[in-house]
Design a protein around this ligand. Structure first.
Ligand code: MSP
Length: 503
């Protein structure tokens, strides 16, 4: 099987993670858990973007050294990812020595290629974005994203010769339109490139918190130039060439739409300058909105994952964000709809089906899996797998997992139709066993296919079905073939997998 390399943005540790950060990270986790089940050689990366003025100033405000500040913040991120069951293969921090060394090797390569030159910069800068704006991009003189004043800066800087890459970028996207998704984001990127690309300043002399340029130690690297390279430094650029060449180019950079330009214009050009391949796909999702607005600290609308996990559990949290919201457009977070979907999909559909089938199996089959089946659900089961595969291929998590919930619905409908309790009353023991054989096999498939999304409940259901190991130890596609639940396994009824939430 192939390699599969997926990244999240590296987050600014100036504040603790909120559900917007968790959204991308859970998406990456679901996708990579899925691909591990196919036997792929997966590498899933997340981490922290620790340099730059924003972090420097926050540390100053708190009266500590920047390194001390980021060291204290890093565990606040890793502990949230652990809480959410994120299985990242590495956690890169841009203050890591390995990252600094790799960035310097990369800078030298770009400098030697002649794509970095000295110049003077004068412009408007938003420290929160760590980005420059032109006058006409501002909203009433403020940063269009943060709605806060920008600063006028003038510095002698090194510039990356982005202007040289206009045509190469256009050619690249013409040949690989799939390299930016969804399509509306590609159009946005093409529109931006066609307006003409200006060289951008890639060093700073105003602070010394950053990676020094190898050829001019008075300058540190501009935070974005340094940050983007995390995707390469983490997989061994400059240190372990074989490993680097194995994983690069990345399969998916998962990002929010606000950082599209950096990932789909600057970054591929930077890579081209060093003779490296651009990313295979930059996938930009929308914002999680609260009350119709992007979540923000200043608007007091930040929601922290731990608060929701306390109420909905880890699986309930993961389920909501990937199933209830489309992974592309903006989506409104609402507590009420989270409760409603939890109760409808997890407590009722999923939980009740498991409970019902296991209870009937205890009553009618002595709690042991039967040998036979009717095979009436094999069609819906096959469909669910196909649709899940094609959904996840397009990063349509809501549609893909929707197919698994359709299988749950079909199984519930089948029970209503066949009425095993009536068959039991009529003394049709063989028929009861066959009907429940279908239901139990459907439950096996539900546990298998839902495992990347709700790993806790899925493996508990797997265990209650008497199956060894966990659903995620199974190999796809063979494990998804209908009819593999052996007879004679001891079932366990257990307590509700998703207790109802009453408000
Ligand atoms: N450090 C940079 C990324 C560097 S990647 C080489 C950065 N960090 S960030 O912490 O500000 O944002 C990280 C990601 O979180 C971005 O993709 C951003 O879109 C996402 N989100 C921040 N708020 C969000 C929502 N309210 N909803 C969804 N995602 C949001 O940018």
């Amino acid at each position: 099987m192939g390699k599969f390399y997926v990244t999240t943005p590296i987050y600014y540790p100036n504040d603790v993670p909120h559900i917007g950060h968790a959204y991308t990270t859970v998406a990456g986790d679901v996708l990579t858990r899925w691909r591990r089940m196919w036997g792929d050689d997966v590498f899933f990366l997340t981490g922290l973007d620790e340099h730059g003025q924003k972090i420097f100033r926050t540390a100053q405000e708190q009266g500590v050294e920047p390194q001390q500040f980021v060291d204290a913040m890093a565990p606040r991120f890793t502990s949230v990812w652990e809480l959410l069951g994120i299985r990242n293969d590495d956690f890169i921090r841009t203050s890591d020595e390995r990252h600094r060394a790799a960035v310097q090797a990369f800078l030298q390569a770009v400098y030697d290629a002649g794509d970095i030159e000295l110049g003077t910069y004068e412009g408007l800068y938003c420290v929160n974005c760590e980005a420059y704006y032109t006058e006409d991009e501002l909203h009433g003189g403020d940063c269009p994203i943060h709605e806060r004043p920008v600063e006028r800066v003038q510095e002698e800087n090194y510039f990356f010769k982005l202007s040289r890459y206009e045509q190469r970028l256009l050619d690249h996207y013409q040949a690989h339109p799939e390299a930016v998704r969804p399509e509306i984001r590609l159009n946005e990127v093409l529109g931006f490139i066609k307006q003409g690309l200006a060289d951008f300043s890639m060093s700073r002399t105003s602070i010394d918190w950053g990676v020094p340029l190898p050829w001019d130690g008075k300058h540190v690297t501009y935070v974005w130039f340094d940050a983007l390279f995390n995707y390469c430094s983490a997989i061994g650029y400059g240190a372990d060439d074989e490993r680097f060449r194995h994983y690069w180019p990345v399969d998916y950079h998962l990002i929010g739409k606000d950082i599209l330009r950096f990932h789909a214009v600057y970054w591929p050009a930077m890579l081209m300058a060093a003779g490296l391949d651009p990313p295979q796909c930059v996938y930009a999702h929308g914002f999680l909105m609260v009350g119709g607005k992007k979540m923000s600290k200043t608007g007091l609308t930040q929601i922290h994952p731990a608060d929701l996990v306390e109420e909905f559990g880890v699986d309930g949290f993961r389920y909501h964000f990937l199933r209830d919201l489309q992974f592309g457009p903006d989506g409104d977070f609402s507590y009420e709809s989270m409760v409603a979907r939890y109760n409808a999909d997890l407590a009722n559909n999923f939980g009740n089906l498991a409970n019902r089938v296991l209870a009937m199996s205890a009553n009618y089959l002595g709690g042991v899996t039967p040998e036979g089946r009717e095979d009436a659900l094999s069609g819906p089961a096959h469909d669910a797998f196909e649709r899940l595969c094609s959904g996840l291929e397009r990063l349509d998590f809501a549609g893909g997992f929707g197919a698994v919930w359709d299988l749950i619905g079909a199984t519930n409908a089948y029970i209503e139709d066949r009425q095993p309790w009536e068959l039991n009353k009529a003394g049709e023991a063989a028929k009861v066993a066959d009907v429940l054989g279908d239901c139990l096999e459907a439950l096996r498939l539900v546990a298998l296919l839902a495992a990347p999304l709700i790993p806790g409940a899925a493996s508990e259901l797997w265990r209650r079905l008497g199956l060894p190991g966990t659903p995620e130890d199974q190999r796809l596609p063979s494990a998804a073939e209908w009819g593999q639940l052996p007879g004679g396994l001891a079932l366990e009824r257990g307590t509700p997998l998703f207790p109802r939430i009453d408000t």
